[in-house]
Design a protein around this ligand. Structure first.
Ligand code: ADP
Length: 643
């Protein structure tokens, strides 16, 4: 709708409206991030100008002395942020500030569900973007002009964030964008030099452009005791340290500077676990600053394609977030900066693949990251525990994805084990050290969870022999052992697969074989083969997979993931020494024997954490037995007194 000539009132996208309401509530206690967001937009716009100036003749010279200026008027309650960056034309303003096509904001909206809405810390990790201005502002005015267009093509956008915005054409001699906030009365405490400097230091100290704070005359008056400040121009102070930290020699940067830089780079309120800073010289030169965070963003496991962590610069001009060609997926938790003067400026994700420099960078990222993790493992203690908890599962993907580094990554993994209780974990090297003299394999058991694993019947014979078994309960572990057939020459072997030979030479006797044959006959198609074996000491039976068959757990996971997995018939290993089987051998009635055999099979499946095809039938059988046993006892008190 056009009111006056050139002034148009438009409605926000409905999504924007919804977002604004959510945003203001969710971020109320985190209000200061609005300044981080506006400053980082100003910095992005300045980066973009520099970048476009490399190829656009019209922008030549306009990319000099770029800076961001902040001014405020405490009395009027206004705060403005001005950049000399790329700016926007009318269509871009409508597209960028009136719809929610922008990815950062969309992700934010999508992530706001249930409890997360209350968790301001999580939300603070997102780039929530321009709209965060409305957390503190009752009205926002954006005046902007695209740097390569004429002064007449300026645009002004005004909104109170309530559903509509006004847009009009204005003349604007300066390139770039000025955003003016009319701050709500309850947030006007932010409008002091001290507060603004504090917030800028906290979030934006290392922004690559100078941030200049214009002190209003009134504040100067206070500072100088109210004497000769009258009539003074606003004084300007450079607030941040815009010399990109990663370009400085390592010896000149102290620990606090690294920590501050990390916090302004990531918005993570926690300090990083460690970091690595290198300047690689030679024919392919680049700088690399990598951080190992101490906790995981909550969507890291799901978002395997997330690549926000490591930023790629060409001589301090931000180019893009590093893609998989630079940081492998299994290191997607790493944060940092890579800067190289030798990257081609017209680089695209497709071109990345063929660049030998990027191959070198990637190899360095992998090496330096694994160095950091190894060092952390050596030092042990709480930081190492934190790492394992946050990123242990992600690192496992490396064993599957990175053939070259397989053994090195495998050495960094830690697993629960029968020789560790509670939260104790063991690595493969330590496992090998603890192996028995004649032990050749690294034994493991996969299960849905630690509880099922610890009580698995498969462990009985290992406990008897005092052999340690790794307990793998991460979803990814089945894939992991599928790719890691051996470690340092020792084969990894499942306790639940194939023939088990722990040096016991006794062959099964004829009765045991006959009993197994009878069970197979009774269960028919429901089982593969039935064999007497040596795995069990306390349970009557367990399910055993063939050496090259999908394990039941893997089959279950694949089905849950919607894949078509052919039904396999479980093989049953029975324990002929078990009292139940001893008694079964004496049951003559075939149909009664078949009922008992069904129970034995179902119990073995349940002990694996598996599901029964017909749980109701299992319950019926157990109840029938209970009734029979109780009935027997109650009607023959002598028998129960004797027992
Ligand atoms: P994001 O920064 O995540 O893309 P924002 O909501 O912060 O989302 O901004 C939306 C878009 O508006 C930006 O992508 C950018 O194109 C544009 N924009 C915001 N601030 C500026 C600015 N100061 N100068 C030029 N463009 C800007």
């Amino acid at each position: 709708m056009t009111d006056v000539a050139g002034v148009e009132t438009r409605s926000f996208d409905t999504e924007v409206h919804q977002l604004l309401k959510l945003m203001i509530n969710a971020l109320y206690s985190n209000r200061e991030i609005f300044l981080r967001e506006l400053l980082s937009n100003a910095s992005d716009a300045s980066d973009k100008l520099r970048f476009e100036a490399l190829t656009d003749e019209r922008l030549k010279g306009l990319d000099q002395d770029l800076a961001i200026d902040i001014a405020f008027d405490a009395e009027a309650g206004t705060l403005s942020i001005r950049d000399r960056g790329i700016g926007m034309n009318r269509d871009e303003v409508i597209e960028n500030l009136g719809t929610i096509a922008r990815s950062g904001t969309r992700r934010f909206l999508e992530s706001l569900s249930g409890d997360q809405r209350k968790d301001a810390r999580l939300i603070g990790q997102f780039g929530v973007g321009f709209y965060s201005a409305f957390i503190v502002a009752e009205e926002v005015t954006v005046t902007t002009r695209r740097a390569n267009e004429s002064p007449e093509s300026g645009v002004r956008w005004v909104s109170d964030g309530q559903g509509e915005y006004r847009i009009e054409a204005v003349e604007r001699p300066e390139q770039g964008t000025e955003i003016t906030l009319r701050i709500r009365p309850e947030h006007r405490d932010l409008l002091t030099v001290w507060q603004l400097k504090r917030i800028i230091h906290h979030y934006s100290n290392h922004l690559a452009f100078p941030i200049r704070l214009h002190k209003p005359a009134a504040e100067q008056e206070q500072e100088s005791g109210g004497t000769d400040a009258k009539g003074k121009e606003a004084e300007v102070e450079l607030v941040n340290d815009s010399k990109a930290l990663w370009t400085r020699p390592r010896a000149e940067v102290d620990e606090d500077e690294y920590r501050d830089f990390y916090s302004s780079l990531t918005g993570d309120p926690e300090a990083p676990l460690s970091w690595a800073h290198h300047h690689v010289e030679g024919s392919q030169r680049f700088s690399l600053l990598l951080f190992l965070p101490s906790s995981a963003p909550f969507d890291m496991l799901i978002n395997r394609d997330e690549r926000e962590g490591v930023k790629l610069y060409i001589e301090r001009v931000f180019i893009m977030d590093a893609a998989e060609q630079v940081v492998p997926r299994y290191l997607r938790f790493m944060r940092g900066v890579i800067d190289s003067a030798d990257l081609p400026l017209n680089i695209s994700r497709e071109l990345l693949q063929d660049s030998p420099l990027l191959k070198k960078i990637r190899a360095t990222v992998v090496k330096r990251s694994l160095d950091l993790i190894e060092k952390l493992a050596e030092q042990g203690g709480e930081p190492w525990q934190k790492f394992l908890e946050a990123f242990g599962s992600v690192l496992k993907e490396g064993v599957i994805e990175d053939f070259e580094q397989r053994e090195r990554i495998a050495g960094l993994l830690r697993f629960a084990s029968t020789a560790e209780d509670g939260a104790g974990r063991v690595g493969l090297d330590q496992y090998i050290e603890r192996m028995k003299d004649d032990q050749e394999q690294i034994w493991y058991l996969t299960a849905d969870n630690l509880q099922v694993a610890r009580t698995s019947p498969h462990l009985e014979v290992f406990a008897k022999h005092g052999i340690e078994v790794l307990l793998l309960t991460d979803r990814i572990d089945e894939w992991l052992v599928g790719h890691l057939n051996e470690y340092k020459g020792k084969p990894l072997k499942s306790v639940a697969r194939g023939k088990l030979d722990l040096g016991e030479k006794t062959e099964p006797n004829a009765e045991a074989l006959a009993l197994a044959g009878r069970i197979k006959k009774a269960l028919g198609e429901r089982v593969g083969n039935v064999q007497p074996g040596r795995r069990l000491t306390e349970s009557p039976a367990c399910v055993v997979a063939d050496d090259n068959e999908l394990s039941p757990l893997m089959a279950r996971m694949m089905r849950q993931a919607g894949q078509d997995v052919p039904e396999t018939r479980p093989n049953l290993e029975i324990n002929p020494d078990h009292a139940l089987l001893g008694l079964m051998a004496r049951v003559d009635d075939d149909s009664r024997f078949a009922e008992l055999a069904s129970l034995v099979l179902d119990q073995a499946l349940l002990a694996e954490g598996g599901e029964l095809a017909d749980p109701a039938a299992y319950v019926r059988r157990v109840n029938a037995l209970l009734v029979e046993a109780l009935d027997h006892r109650l009607s023959d008190p002598a028998a129960s007194a004797a027992s």
